[in-house]
Design a binder for this molecule. Sequence first.
Ligand SMILES: [Zn+2]
Length: 296
Amino acid sequence: MKIIDKVFGTHSEREIKRIMPLVEKIEGLRPQMQALSDEELRNKTAEFKKRLAEGATLDDLLPEAYAAVREATARVLKTEHYRVQLIGGIIMTHGDDNGLVLPPRAAPIQAVVIPVAAHKPGVLDAAAALRDRLKTAGVRSKMDDSDNSPGWKFAEYEMKGVPLRVEIGPKDMEKGQCVVARRDTGEKVTVPLAELEETVKKLLDEVHDNMYAQALQNREDNTFDIASPEEAKAIAEGKGGFLRSKWCGSLECELAMKERAGVSSRCMPLKQSGTEGVCPVCGKPCKTDIYWGVAY
Ligand SMILES: [Zn+2]
């Protein structure tokens, strides 16, 4: 076993030990959640907020809050997900060689303000003012006034995937401007201070649109129509990607795909094409679109 496997193996085991009791708690709350009416389930939000205001911590509320969200998801979407699947999905879809790239609408911090030459008079106050203005404008933002160098901070927030970085230093202050850098493209723009909120919000939308378009393009480029399990196997073992076909709905055909192609059903898209086709295994005419892929 390679040393790296050992390290990650041990680390993962530790994480799992820490998380499992929580998962069990969430699972255990399921009957209680299932017994609630839709309205009672909706009212849970208000109840959680009240308990939080009365001194409960987020950790206290986590299992029940998560159980409530899970139940609501099951009722509305008829499907369930685990947080780890969402996190994994985001990293796989959007990460790059420099670390995470978080979509602005999901990012806990949308903009980080970094003072440059923070020891110079007025810089920290100017940076704090930018953070406050962004917060007031509804942008989730923070200022990093730690002792780390600006370069260190740039790299740190890049790795953490914060969508926008706002820099301000003495020269910017003289000119009444700041610099905003995008995590997705690395592009930097100079922004007059008077236009801060407007520009940051516009850029967050642009980052969202760009990331969405890229993810969609990537999915399209890696989805292949297959007509037989053998064709599916060749693609799965070659370039890889998602495989798309029709499916007759029988379990035997699903299992045959697994045996003959090494792929399992991933999802039946909510938006079905409605076109006629044939099942790649039994050849029966059918309409259901299905995606296949290798399970890791
Ligand atoms: Zn079939």
